[in-house]
Design a protein around this ligand. Sequence first.
Ligand code: PGA
Length: 241
Amino acid sequence: MNEVYEFEWVEVADFDDMSSYAAELFERQLLRKPDSVLGLATGASPIGFYEKLVERHAQGTFSFAQTWTFNLDEYIGVEPSHPTSFHNYMKEHLFEKVNLPVTRRHLPDGMADDLNEACLRYEMMIRTSGGIDMQLLGIGVNGHIGFNEPGTSFHSRTHIVDLAESTRTVNAKYFPSKDAVPRQAITMGIQTILEAKQIVLLALGEQKVEAVEQLKRGVISEDFPASCLHRHPHVTVFYGK
Ligand code: PGA
């Protein structure tokens, strides 16, 4: 394959800018290919992105009617209807506000009786859909992408993870206490993420500066999961303080 290596760094002024730029990329993707397969993320970073995407969608220029979505991850043991689930996050921030049919929305099933089978099924669904065209990512303070914590194999596919203590501490703000934060999740693997045709990473704020610096240094190591992105041909990073 003769793909041009592109790692595009875009410094943004603030959250609003980052959200608008990222939403514009996804809008353009859907205009180009209405049946795109989108890889989506949860967390604090994409909230403005979803707001902008919903606003743009309301203007009627593009539709989600033929779009497929696959989220990066979901906690294990949290009911989809529970306020802290990523299923619920997606309903609240996107699914209830756009014309994306229920049958086209996918998140890992953290309530499955057979979790390993749920992981395999998720991979198969992504493959059957034709593969992810554009993947949205955040980055953890420890460099995780999805819930792929440091030490995760770059060859990993959708799998069960034990969440790092630093991740559980950061995510405790969404739960009544740190103890209430789940200890495990299902996440797309690094290899799954790298197979997306294009990747958009949101990395804004003081607490992300160190992770961004480390990513910029370009040292590729499984100890810093986001460094795998240097092996991808088309990544855009929106970053800033
Ligand atoms: P955040 O999380 O967007 O809530 O900062 C990013 C991540 O942990 O992947």
